[in-house]
Write a protein that binds this ligand. Structure first.
Ligand code: UDP
Ligand code: MG
Length: 336
């Protein structure tokens, strides 16, 4: 008996790509089932992350037509990482392995055969890594490369050129569920889980249709989120900077004393003005960085739920959180 595979696919306004994505996944799943690699109970689970278009309608239709498709509807838009987490943590109970993938077909579906082979060889986590970024624009490529090298320098370990296309075993997902942080950066947390892991290379295609849901502004905030939720290196840099500035001020003190002794008491105001601005700027920057961390602590202590599931469509395990409402007439006594 082969193991149960669940695909988890976060979708935010993906009505244009879903019909094609589901078609290709259905073909792939059939192929894998016929080859005896995965169980007949395997499913494709789409997570609707509060889309404003027909995404959820399409997922519901897919589920109605074919029990291969499952769907999770979140209560509202919670962002890519939380949508992914909601999917992973919901299906982990009934899946032996889970592959997470974007909805836009940028990740090569064919690479999942290799992932599954590696899973059977004993890997708990298999990372899909892009071998080339030919299809990305020059801008996307350079900013993404800058992002990974910045992450590395800031002490946040991530697998380079790996987005969220990966296979995880049940054991790895159990591990992931024990990371309770609200400030979630999956790419940095997954390597922390440990267990045997491996890498599969694939070429990243262009988005099948629709637009990227990650404009530059979101990408920068994603990078900052990654750094501040994984590493305290920026705080250390502030301390180092403070030390260096203190040393410089001693040098300046000695210099001005020497100048004073030589009788040159008037030191240009340019120097003073520049120092005031420079140091003021550095202090503000440092306060800002420290503030980022305090903000994170604030959010962590609140311990808010990371996502709320409104409905889970699944042939065997589905549920709906909406209870039938009590009818008002039952409660209000008849008026005379
Ligand atoms: N996504 C999501 N919630 C969001 C933004 C994006 O679930 O708030 C999903 C989106 O539907 C897609 C995946 O995250 O499946 C990656 O987004 P996208 O392809 O736009 O990012 P890019 O590949 O351009 O970095
Ligand atoms: Mg994409």
């Amino acid at each position: 008996m082969s193991d149960i595979l669940y695909f988890v696919i976060p979708c935010y306004n993906e009505e244009e790509v879903l019909p094609e994505t589901s078609k290709r996944l259905a073909v792939k799943m059939r192929q894998l089932m016929e080859a005896g690699k995965i169980s007949e109970k395997s499913r494709v689970c789409f997570v609707n992350d509060g889309s404003k278009d027909k995404t959820w309608q399409i997922i519901q239709d897919l589920h109605a037509q074919n029990p291969l498709f499952s769907g999770i509807c979140l209560s509202r838009n919670r962002g890519h990482q939380n949508a992914l987490l909601a999917g992973l943590l919901t299906v982990r109970e009934f899946a032996d392995m889970v592959i997470s993938m974007d909805a836009d077909l940028q990740d090569d579906i064919e690479a999942c055969d290799q992932m599954i082979d590696k899973y059977y060889e004993g890997c708990d986590i298999v990372y899909g890594v892009r071998s080339a970024r030919k299809t990305d624009t020059f801008f996307k490529r350079t900013t993404a490369e800058g992002f990974y090298s910045l992450m590395r320098h800031m002490g946040a370990n991530t697998v380079s050129n790996h987005a969220d296309y990966r296979l995880m075993s049940k054991r790895a997902l159990e591990g992931l569920s024990q990371f309770k942080e609200v400030n979630l950066f999956l790419r940095g947390i997954v390597p922390m889980i440990g267990y045997p892991s491996d890498v599969v290379y694939y070429e990243r295609a262009e988005r099948f249709a629709g637009e990227s849901k990650y404009p530059l502004k979101k990408m920068i905030s994603f990078a900052l989120e990654g750094i501040t939720s994984l590493s305290t290196k920026p705080l250390q840099i502030i301390t180092d900077m403070g030390g260096i500035i203190f040393l410089i001020s001693i040098v300046i003190l000695i210099y001005s004393m020497v100048r004073h002794a030589m009788g040159a008491t008037v030191v240009g105001w340019t120097f003073l003005a520049v120092s005031v601005w420079a140091i003021g700027g550095l202090i503000l920057l440092s306060l800002g960085i420290i503030g980022e961390y305090i903000g994170k602590i604030y959010l962590e202590t609140k311990d808010r739920p990371r996502y709320l599931i409104a409905q889970f469509l699944d042939a065997d395990h589905g549920f709906d959180t909406k209870k039938p409402r009590e009818r008002r007439e039952d409660k209000i006594p008849d008026s005379p």
